[in-house]
Design a protein around this ligand. Structure first.
Ligand SMILES: C[S@@+](CC[C@H](N)C(=O)[O-])C[C@H]1O[C@@H](n2cnc3c(N)ncnc32)[C@H](O)[C@@H]1O
Length: 204
């Protein structure tokens, strides 16, 4: 399979001349600008959604940890009935709205951490690259468990990060290629798409 490019989607991205440091200087709450790039997991999931539009077509979706909005925008382009993109970073929410506009799709946005709450009122949750810290991964996994319990389907795109709940995953697709920011140390050097499942299993 090819590296998961998504030429169907245009995204504002940071580059050497973006001057993000100026924003950071003006805003003391400026965090790591994850939203300024698309990540390996999100790229893979966006590619998968566009290539398998039947899994999102006509459905209501949440893109959790949306960042640039890449995954949610792909779902909207693939025919999702409604898309909500949630992120804890105010700049991610703004970037998602800008990126949705340049792609000619509508997505709703939520600023905040949904992982502590009840399952959302959607049919599918999409998660691109949200298992990069231990505590975050634990909270996200517990949230996704509650989602499964509420009958919500969950798909995850991830470059095999250390905190991925691998025993709970069924591999759907794998795209060779490095993750964004990969310093060359990643064992798998690929970006995968998984279904999150209720049953733990041996992962082979
Ligand atoms: C590595 S980026 C992935 C962005 C995008 N999904 C992609 O794959 O390109 C992770 C994003 O999750 C957001 N995030 C971190 N913790 C979160 C939480 N508890 N709820 C929602 N978003 C969160 C970050 O602000 C960041 O935008």
């Amino acid at each position: 399979m090819p590296v998961p490019t998504v030429p169907e989607i245009s995204l504002h991205k940071a580059g050497p001349k973006s001057g993000l440091w100026r924003l950071a200087e003006m805003d003391r709450k400026f965090g790591t600008p994850y939203w300024a790039h698309h990540w390996g997991g999100g790229l893979a999931l966006a590619r998968y959604v566009l290539d398998h539009s039947e899994i999102v077509s006509g459905r209501s979706l949440l893109d959790l940890g949306a960042g640039s909005g890449l995954v949610g925008i792909a779902a909207a382009k693939a025919g999702a009935r409604t898309v909500t993109c949630a992120d804890t970073d105010t700049y991610a929410v703004a970037m998602t709205q800008l990126n949705a506009a340049i792609n000619g799709v509508h997505v709703a946005t939520v600023l905040g951490d949904l992982t502590a709450g009840a399952p959302p009122d959607v049919e599918t949750v999409l998660v691109g690259d949200l298992f990069y810290e231990r505590d975050l991964a634990r909270r996200v996994t517990a949230f996704l468990d509650r989602c499964l319990g509420a009958g919500i389907d969950v798909l995850i795109g991830d470059p095999w990060r250390a905190f991925l709940p691998q025993t709970r995953l069924r591999l759907l697709a794998e795209y060779p290629g490095p993750d964004f920011g990969d310093g060359g140390g990643t064992a798998h050097r690929s970006n995968a798409v998984f279904a999150f499942t209720a049953e733990a299993r041996d992962f082979t």
